[in-house]
Design a protein around this ligand. Structure first.
Ligand SMILES: Cc1cc2nc3c(=O)[nH]c(=O)nc-3n(C[C@H](O)[C@H](O)[C@H](O)COP(=O)(O)OP(=O)(O)OC[C@H]3O[C@@H](n4cnc5c(N)ncnc54)[C@H](O)[C@@H]3O)c2cc1C
Length: 330
């Protein structure tokens, strides 16, 4: 059995067990959130021993070079000596510039980091409530359009620890900490005539709003179709801005979709995936961006692939929730 050494204490890792499960089962406080390798909240650093490649998949090369790995994805095959990341090296101070309601559930939080962040529109940052609680939020801002401002859209989850803190306790002027950008869901220039499909529900619009404006501002010429879905019209937001972009970019189409109740004119009945596939049954050669609820993202990934999109052209940002249950109230 491989042995994990943390702060001088050795822990036996059971066969098939991840470093995260091994350490937390022994009472070591390792921050974590999605536990599926997406959010990178459980980053640790290997000080001795090698980690499997899969535990470093998707990390920036600078992090890989320093031995960082995702503890939730690391099933060790040899003894490891590990440490929590040098927080000072990964975290960044930021100030809250504004918090603006986008609808009844979602706020736009604009942050000014203490130094410019190197990111691509559609990637996500981690926002810390405190040392143990952080969550990922996707970037709706575009580096060359918004300069030193980062914008995230936070939906309040009833009882949610970080989203409720953002909605109820965070204010303009407050100081927060964030961690560097990550994620593979962003626009890459180089195929300006390729059709683009952007599908999202709820605050899944955040990365799509960034990706869309990034693509248009970089001169993307192919058709761009954005489907934003909600149960009711009240759940949609930034509709005016998207309609304005559609008016000035004839190759861009904004399709708001309502999945329940009455549907106002100009909106589509049904979910985003059904609407998109009804409009484009053949997705061959399309580049696809899927963001929001993990079930929607998983189903859409399969269906657009079956409709002909190449898997390398499907970019997804599932908003996987934190694995930790809400603590019981005393
Ligand atoms: C890569 C990535 C990008 C993300 N981007 C965004 C974003 O741009 N905007 C955004 O609002 N969120 C985004 N999320 C989700 C976000 O990170 C948090 O999971 C979310 O805000 C809930 O955190 P919380 O601390 O409020 O809830 P927690 O305290 O973690 O959870 C409370 C309870 O609610 C459940 N829960 C959590 N999320 C949901 C949900 N969506 N629906 C139903 N139940 C849920 C949990 O399982 C738990 O039981 C993203 C997640 C990932 C992994």
């Amino acid at each position: 059995m491989p042995r994990i050494t943390y702060e001088g204490i050795g822990y036996e890792c059971n066969p098939g067990q991840t470093v995260l499960d091994c350490l937390t089962a022994q009472g070591v406080a390792v921050p974590s959130s999605c536990r599926t390798g997406v959010c990178q909240s459980c980053l640790m650093r290997a000080l001795g021993g090698g980690v499997p490649e899969v535990a470093q998949a998707g990390l920036k090369s600078t992090l890989v070079a320093q031995g960082y790995f995702k503890a939730c994805s690391c099933v060790p095959t040899e003894d490891l000596r590990v440490a929590l990341p040098d927080a000072a090296g990964l975290k960044l101070a930021a100030s809250v510039v504004s918090i603006e309601p986008l609808n009844t559930d979602i706020v736009a939080v604009r942050l000014r980091p203490e130094r410019p962040l190197d990111y691509r529109a559609g990637q996500f940052i981690r926002l810390y409530r405190d040392a143990q609680q952080s969550r990922c939020y996707s970037l709706a801002s575009v580096p060359h359009l918004e300069e030193d401002i980062l914008e995230i859209h936070v939906r309040q989850i009833p009882g949610g620890r970080v989203s409720s803190w953002v909605h109820e306790q965070l204010h303009a002027g407050d100081a927060v900490e964030i961690a560097d950008s990550a994620g593979q869901c962003f626009y890459v220039p180089g195929a300006p005539d390729q059709p683009l499909l952007l599908l999202g529900t709820g605050s899944g619009l955040a990365p799509l709003y960034g990706i869309l404006r990034d693509a248009l501002s970089q001169g993307h010429r192919g058709p761009v179709r954005l489907y934003h879905g909600s149960a009711s019209p009240a759940g949609l937001y930034r509709a005016e801005q998207l309609q304005a972009l559609a008016a000035t970019h004839p190759h861009f189409h904004y399709v708001p979709c309502i999945s329940a109740g009455p549907v106002p004119s100009g909106m589509r009945q049904g979910n985003v995936l059904e609407a998109a596939l009804a409009d484009q049954p053949d997705m061959t050669s399309w580049r696809v961006f899927l963001c929001g609820h993990p079930d929607m993202v998983q189903e859409a990934r399969l269906q657009v692939f079956l409709a002909g999109a190449a898997s390398a052209d499907i970019h997804a940002d599932p908003f996987v929730p934190s694995g930790a249950p809400i603590p019981r109230q005393p």
